[in-house]
Design a protein around this ligand. Sequence first.
Ligand code: HPA
Length: 280
Amino acid sequence: MNPFVTIKDIDQAAQAITQKIKISPQVALVLGSGLGGLADEVIDPVIISYADIPNWPVSTIHGHAGRLVIGSLAGVPVMVMQGRAHYYEGYNMDHVTLPIRVMQHMKIGTIILTNAAGAINPDYEPGDVMVLNDHIGLIGMAGLNPLRGPNLDEFGERFPDMSQVYDRELIKQSHEIATKSNINLHQGVYVCLSGPSFESPADLRFLRGIGADAVGMSTVPEAIVARHGRTRVLAYSGISNKANLDGNTETTHEEVLAAGSLIVPKLTTLIMGVLKSLSA
Ligand code: HPA
């Protein structure tokens, strides 16, 4: 058995989806922990459970509904992933990122990634939103790059550039929408760790030292695969908790989910605004 995802695996999954829908999604959204509520805004939704898509990684985590919602948002045909799979659930990196390959195979040109993250930057508060202007691919540097294995030449080259992963124009638009809507939007660097344990105080001091503003367990592998295939990427972190650099407070999955109710309305405004500008 091939241990790596192949074009056949990708094609099978894409076909299972396209057989059930009449539209061609142009933008894909990946909704992270506690952030699935935005999928409720989709008009004329076709809902497909991840379990019904061959080869699709199924999320086992509370707060991840595990379904695709395909329809229209702000006039744009979209495919929304309500929940995602993570490396810590036991999937390989190329399985974690198979949905991104399927989106590329379906000719989706823009992917908007969202995640719940802990704040390393002391100016960030739970409920805030950060737009990513760069990332630190710490787990990739340690060997868990999602592009490891045979290069899928039909998507991109062996050694893809990562000098500007997050689309400058979409970042600029995000700031304009935030200003108009009175949203305090931070811009910063996200670092992805494998999880599932949260960080120790010494981990967090290290991460602050290397320039991270927010920490989480997703998004970077997806962004790397997206850019390998030259897909436009925009990503937001919903700040769910302050990182405990002093070791005096605990971090829980419950607080991560609870912050979602503050974050979802802001993300909805930002994403709807970006989609409107894409449809114009
Ligand atoms: N650390 C890592 N991942 C997270 C956190 C955190 O503090 N909060 C939400 N996801």
